[in-house]
Design a protein around this ligand. Structure first.
Ligand SMILES: [Zn+2]
Length: 274
């Protein structure tokens, strides 16, 4: 009884608060998106609480259920994003499978110094489990790194203030869509990589032909400055030897149903030539 009461009422006060706040700041359309997102997640919460629901399975924590939670992106609702148990998003599920199934070359080195931009717990925990990997964390704001216990420093991805050829690997996951000068940032990543080093890069992307540049961080689109075309992003990686890893490469078409990630969730493995 207590469980069902919690399901029925859980989050409802927060939903009202968020809707009112969104409406005041961004208008009725944004408020309506908020209402719809909470409605969808209410339905998912009910279905996930029913026995025998195992359409999806989170590779990060093993949770199984009817569906992942939807994400309210401001103007759009993104379905099948967040694991109700561990909070991992679709990008974390892809990265988890990449790091466990593909065993990328840098995980097999005797010693690997890895620079991680804006580290997130779902990915960082897996990287920490590799005994050869030593992670250095960085972010634009030092306050964003307080939960990271290892070596860390604040830096601008466009100009990091570290020497050339310093790192064996770089992780840059869902960062560049926030950076106005992304080509400058990519050149900087290449500069700090050792020859033969690998940058693992992901951006939220669609499979259309064009990247849409907004020129400002749009609060109704998660403060992104652009909406990448995956094909166009690949063209921005000049100077690297690029291997793309798609969700189908990791789990096949049939496996996609259980992890529920979009076609654009591509991992770009970018090697710096010698
Ligand atoms: Zn999970």
């Amino acid at each position: 009884m207590l469980k069902w009461w919690s399901i029925l009422t859980g989050g409802s006060v927060r939903a009202v608060r968020e809707t009112v706040k969104r409406g005041r700041l961004y208008g009725w359309r944004a408020a309506w998106t908020c209402v719809c997102a909470h409605g969808i997640n209410f339905h998912i919460r009910v279905r996930n609480s029913m026995p025998g629901q195992s359409r999806v399975k989170c590779p990060c924590c093993g949770w199984q259920g009817y569906a992942y939670k939807a994400f309210d992106g401001g103007q759009h609702i993104f379905r099948q994003i967040e694991c109700p148990q561990c909070g991992a998003h679709d990008r974390h599920r892809v990265l988890h499978l990449f790091l466990t199934l593909r065993l990328p070359s840098f995980t097999q080195k005797d010693r690997c110094l890895l620079l991680h931009f804006a580290p997130e717990k779902h990915t960082q925990g897996l990287l920490d489990s590799h005994p050869s990997i030593s992670t250095v964390a960085t972010d634009l704001q030092s306050g964003a790194l307080v939960s990271f216990s290892g070596p860390r420093f604040a830096s601008d991805i466009r100009e990091m203030g570290v020497g050339d050829n310093t790192f064996d690997a770089v992780f840059c996951i869902h960062v560049l869509e926030h950076v106005q000068e992304d080509r400058q940032a990519l050149a900087e990543i290449r500069r700090v990589l050792k020859p033969g080093g690998v940058a693992v890069i992901m951006v939220p992307g669609h499979l259309g032909p064009e990247t849409h540049e907004w020129g400002y961080p749009d609060p109704m689109f998660c403060y992104h400055v652009r909406d990448y075309s995956t094909h166009d992003f690949a063209r921005r990686l000049e100077g690297f030897l690029v291997e793309t890893v798609t969700p189908d490469d990791l789990v096949g078409v049939a496996g996609r149903a259980t992890i529920q990630v979009p076609d654009g969730a591509v991992i770009f493995c970018c090697t710096k030539g010698s």
